[in-house]
Design a protein around this ligand. Structure first.
Ligand code: NAP
Length: 260
């Protein structure tokens, strides 16, 4: 079964207006998938739609919606109820870097809502329809920071740990339904999210978002967890094989403190 047959006809991507989500959109269109692009900045989605349709014969719907609003699912359903969503890419996310106690509670809760609650709502809505069709795919964009307690990004890392563990469990549960689940764990990536911090003291360079998205697109159906980049994988290997959890947290505490 080819990519389009297994994960088409439509892929829904949250956070498609920039960064990794935008690259998911471009590359999934190249695989022949029609798209539903979701983010707040509708004008960016419309520009991306035009750009993609210049080179690819695919249908694209854009939905400008704040995923933190109460009725976001109704807004999405108004467009998608008559579409077959064969691939759900839960990618939209926010991060706060800084002292935990300086992060207002509201911001802390927004991170939990956007990074955990929104993917849960979308997964509950779209995956049962994939089960009925006996095929589909689900991608969570988590983060390498989800592999360890991360000082100065505590809640963010916690939300990503949630997605990692959830993705692993779901991959097992949904396999008999012919639904592939992948959790993508990028390291530092050059996007709007990382634009305001100084990551020059980190041991690895920022990766390009197109490479990150490609890694996930290629790994879907083959792996359950994937981390893009040789250096990131080296770090993962060291974290698991050589260092204790405590040592990892200490090392990341020192590195993260220099970034804000
Ligand atoms: N960059 C990194 O180093 C890195 C590393 C590991 C993991 N990640 C993860 O990768 C994913 C994508 O992030 P990115 O790096 O590509 O950052 P980004 O360029 O900031 O993209 C974030 C996307 O989420 C959307 N978004 C944010 N808040 C939203 C809201 N309330 N409602 C709807 N959409 C919202 C943004 O669109 P609008 O502003 O238009 O709404 C944007 O399209 C995130 O889950 C992030 O945690 C990033």
């Amino acid at each position: 079964m080819n990519y389009k047959d297994k994960y088409g006809p439509y892929a829904l991507i949250t956070g498609a207006s920039s960064g990794i989500g935008k690259e998911f959109a471009k590359q999934l269109a190249q695989k022949g998938l029609n798209l539903v692009l979701v983010a707040r900045r509708k004008e960016k989605l419309e520009t991306l739609k035009r750009e993609i349709q210049t080179d690819n014969k695919v249908e694209i719907h854009t939905i400008g919606v704040d995923l933190l609003s109460d009725n976001f699912l109704e807004t999405i359903r108004a467009v998608t109820d008559n579409l077959e969503i064969g691939l759900l890419v839960n990618n939209a996310g926010v991060m706060y870097i800084g002292n935990y106690l300086d992060c207002p509670l509201e911001k802390d809760l927004q991170m939990i809502d956007l990074n955990i609650k929104v993917p849960a709502i979308l997964t509950h809505h779209f995956v049962p329809k994939m089960v009925e069709r006996k095929k589909g795919g689900l991608i969570f964009t988590a983060s390498m920071l989800g592999f360890m307690g991360t000082p100065y990004a505590t809640t963010y890392a916690g939300t990503k740990a949630h997605e990692i563990v959830k993705g692993e469990g779901l991959a097992y549960e949904l396999k008999p339904h012919n639904i592939d689940v992948l959790t993508l764990n990028p390291g530092l990536t050059e996007t709007e999210m990382t634009a305001d911090n100084d990551f020059s003291g980190m041991p690895m360079k920022l990766m390009k978002p197109d490479v990150v998205a490609k890694t996930a697109i290629d790994a879907l159906g083959k792996k359950v967890l994937v981390t893009p980049g040789f250096m990131n994988n080296m770090l993962n290997w060291m974290s698991k094989r050589i260092m204790s959890r405590k040592m990892n947290t200490k090392m990341f505490g020192k590195l993260m403190k220099k970034t804000f």
